[in-house]
Design a protein around this ligand. Sequence first.
Ligand SMILES: *Cc1c(COP(=O)(O)O)cnc(C)c1O
Length: 393
Amino acid sequence: MTYNINEKGYYGEFGGAYIPEMLYPNVEELRQNYLKIMAEPSFKEEFDQLLKDYVGRPSPLYFAKRLSEKYNTKIYLKREDLNHTGAHKVNNTIGQILMAQRLNKTRIIAETGAGQHGVATATVCALMGLECIVYMGEIDIARQAPNVARMKMLGAEVRPALSGSRTLKDATNEAIRDWINNPVDTHYIIGSVVGPHPYPDMVARFQAIVSEEIQWQLKDKEGTTKPDYVVACVGGGSNAAGAFYHYLDDTDVKLIAVEAAGKGIHSGESAATSVLGREGIIHGSKTLLMQTNDGQITEPYSISAGLDYPGVGPMHAHLYKTGRAEFMSITDDEAMVAGLELSQLEGIIPAIESSHALAIFNQKQFKPDDIVVINLSGRGDKDLQNYIDYFKL
Ligand SMILES: *Cc1c(COP(=O)(O)O)cnc(C)c1O
């Protein structure tokens, strides 16, 4: 039994490529080539070099002494917050821009909700001198002005999605429409382990650098490659997929996926997909998603823009269904308190997404000699105003 993907593009019963016929050639071109390209020595070399010199990898594995003392267990933080652009997302966009070049694509499109993936995409397009168009809901453009400014500064064009709820799912629809109309020269950079096969697997492989590093870093510090627990927050699931990847089939290592409960799981304002979701198809993949009885996607809610997604990637749906990973839900309030706590115990201001993973210590007790690795997916600079308003600092 493996918890990784099979040859058909499924994690158990989840995954696949449920796409309109007109998108088939684009997705099929990628599917036929991605593993071959990723295995080329020149690809690996360029990917590793950029991760090192441009992103600043390896990111440190930091023993959080004061946090560990407080919760009476051994807590390590994987510092993805120290990456260039401030989060794990750049690991994936670097990989995909190199993929696009190998496929002779000259034009890049992406969709973004909060703007974090848009910024990471605009960054690598500037790096490679490729045209970049980012679709973003009109409402999100208004809500996320600093990230819109960053994308423009980096030379990207931000195109508003004016239909529907004018948020992420509408931006995704626009991006798909664009890709159908521009199949030859355009690559669509998806920002998480979601979308039709091969995207979830490709993105997981690019993010797998996170657990690859944890293995040797922990070996240096603790004499073992295996922590007792790996913990990560889950929006679409890419930072968790990266942190879990090399431990998926090693059941000695327990996996904890942390979702956003928003104002409470059953408050009607939540993004706790594993609890509230049912099987369905979103963005070309069969997975768990929040939906009404007649199958319309429910609008999710979380204080953290990166976790505000109505589904999870198919890998995580499978990890949930099989019980391989434990899923926990953290409210806005619990996350905010954990974010302030990390700031004042360790001098590290986390992204609110990452604060959800940090908040589990108030719900779950660990043993004093347990090694718990938390993936600190991003830094809190983008969330400062949110923290300040919340705590009236
Ligand atoms: C986007 C984002 C997330 C959520 O996305 P995943 O694909 O679930 O990782 C989490 N943390 C940060 C800092 C983000 O920017």
